[in-house]
Design a protein around this ligand. Structure first.
Ligand code: COA
Length: 260
């Protein structure tokens, strides 16, 4: 499939989706959000894709935010629509995807860019990365889930400070905050993501998608995460992966999961 604003490449079980608007520091306009939705959807449906990596093109930015030029003259209804559509199409969509998503944060991840990285299942940053939610400096607030996911990841007080000051933190502070799991050089960023992806791929993809559901349940209103865990745990017992995983262990060999 051909896209105007992103690239999607598959190799050895990994689909790498790259936002490709380097002249605009990969800012997210509505067309890019739509293309990302399609690319994530296709990768999730493709059974040979075991892990998805999302990154930005160039050496400067992951994503420098939502495209400010697009919404500068929006009114109240248009603003709400922008936020609701974006959350549904991309940010909540990625968070709830059954295929693991790693954000490779390769530079500025600001506003919608940090919100995109936070919607991924976990984040790895290059040492030049800078992260922040600068929306209040534009007279608006984060609208793609940032007010909810940042406190979940770094705690309420740190999130309040980051959002109120509109400031940026560097990669090491993000590591210290638990916002990213690892920091490496720009050259090693994708290789490290791929190394971790290969570790993930050795395991049951069916069990991993159940784990994503159960972990996410902890953060959903009106849903009891322990109940979801019980249900997903039970479901695993009906899968071919479970039969293969337990049989392989008892036969003292490596499991070869069918992914079903
Ligand atoms: N929306 C639209 N365009 C953006 C953008 C955004 N969020 N972020 C960067 N761009 C564009 C710039 O307008 C510029 O385009 P131009 O060359 O056509 O003028 C281009 O990307 C390069 O950005 P520039 O500002 O010249 O780079 P810089 O190195 O001087 O500064 C940043 C980098 C990230 C500090 C700066 O671009 C910035 O503050 N961006 C906005 C961040 C933000 O507020 N995001 C939240 C949006 S809700």
């Amino acid at each position: 499939m051909n896209y105007d604003n992103i690239l999607s490449q598959f190799q050895n079980g990994i689909t790498t989706i790259t936002i490709n608007r380097p002249n605009k520091l990969n800012a997210l306009n509505t067309e890019t959000i739509q293309e990302l939705h399609e690319a994530f959807n296709m990768a999730d449906l493709d059974k040979s894709t075991k892990v998805i990596i999302i990154t930005g093109s160039g050496e400067k930015a992951f994503v420098a935010g939502a495209d400010i030029s697009e919404f500068a003259d929006y009114d109240v209804e248009e603003g709400q629509e922008l936020s609701a559509e974006g959350q549904e199409l991309l940010f909540n969509y990625i968070e709830n995807l059954s295929t693991p998503v790693i954000a490779a944060v390769n530079g500025f991840a600001l506003g919608g860019g940090l919100e995109l990285a936070m919607a991924a299942h976990f984040r790895i940053a290059s040492d030049n990365a800078k992260m922040g939610l600068p929306e209040v400096s534009l007279g608006v607030i984060p609208g793609y889930g940032g007010t909810q996911r940042l406190p979940q990841l770094v705690g309420k007080g740190r999130a309040m400070e980051m959002i109120m000051t509109a400031g940026m933190i560097d990669a090491n502070q993000a590591l210290n905050y638990g916002l990213v799991n690892h920091v490496t050089t720009l050259e090693e960023l994708i290789p490290l993501c791929e190394k971790i992806a290969r570790k993930i791929m050795r395991n049951s993809s069916v069990a991993i998608s159940s784990a994503i559901k159960a972990i996410n349940a902890n953060f959903k209103d009106g849903i009891n995460g322990f109940d979801v865990e019980i249900e997903e745990f039970g479901n695993c017992f009906g899968t071919e992966d479970f039969t293969e995983g337990t049989t392989a262990f008892l036969e003292k060999r490596k499991a070869d999961f069918p992914g079903a």
